[in-house]
Design a protein around this ligand. Structure first.
Ligand SMILES: [Zn+2]
Ligand SMILES: [Zn+2]
Ligand SMILES: [Zn+2]
Length: 155
């Protein structure tokens, strides 16, 4: 995972973010509670984590999949489960199950869709990644969704 950029950009975003309270000196930038000693932006790691989970896509993506229980929100498809070694009698049976799993994982990997399109801001700190703007989709539903967005698409 790439390290999120820090500093000014974050504060500029907090100033316009609909989820964040108005910036105030000495207050947590996420929940507005007074900052404990030696804390500078967030009252707790939880608030910092919540900020990143709503603004940095690689963090948001895993948070959304977890929230949606690794299930496509439209058709209910689930990500394939990784076989566990204890479920197999022999090493070779386990190994062949793992081979199948790796192929399925590549083909059926769940994706995370921006409900309001994020317009190329995947790699930037952005309010487009608010968790309520994200949904877990299977590749088929994601493709369908993206095709419907294209100008000139039917429906
Ligand atoms: Zn806080
Ligand atoms: Zn689906
Ligand atoms: Zn925001």
């Amino acid at each position: 995972m790439r390290a999120p950029p820090a500093g000014l950009k974050r504060d500029a975003l907090l100033a316009v973010c609909s989820l964040a309270p108005p910036l105030a000196a000495g207050a947590c930038a996420w929940c507005a509670q007074p900052l404990p000693p030696r804390r500078r932006s967030w009252c707790s790691d939880r608030c910092g984590d919540a900020f990143w989970a709503n603004h940095w896509f690689s963090v948001a993506r895993s948070a959304v999949k977890r929230r949606d229980r690794y299930t496509c929100r439209r058709c209910g498809a689930r990500a394939p489960k990784r076989p566990s070694r204890s479920g197999f009698r022999s090493e070779s049976a386990y190994k062949s199950a793992m081979r199948v799993y790796r192929v399925r994982k590549r083909l059926e990997r769940l994706e995370v869709n921006h409900i309001v399109p994020c317009a190329g801001t995947h790699a930037t700190l952005s309010c487009a990644h608010h968790l309520d703007n994200l949904e877990t989709l299977c590749p088929a539903c994601h493709k369908e969704h993206t095709a419907a967005l294209r100008p000139g698409a039917a429906e």
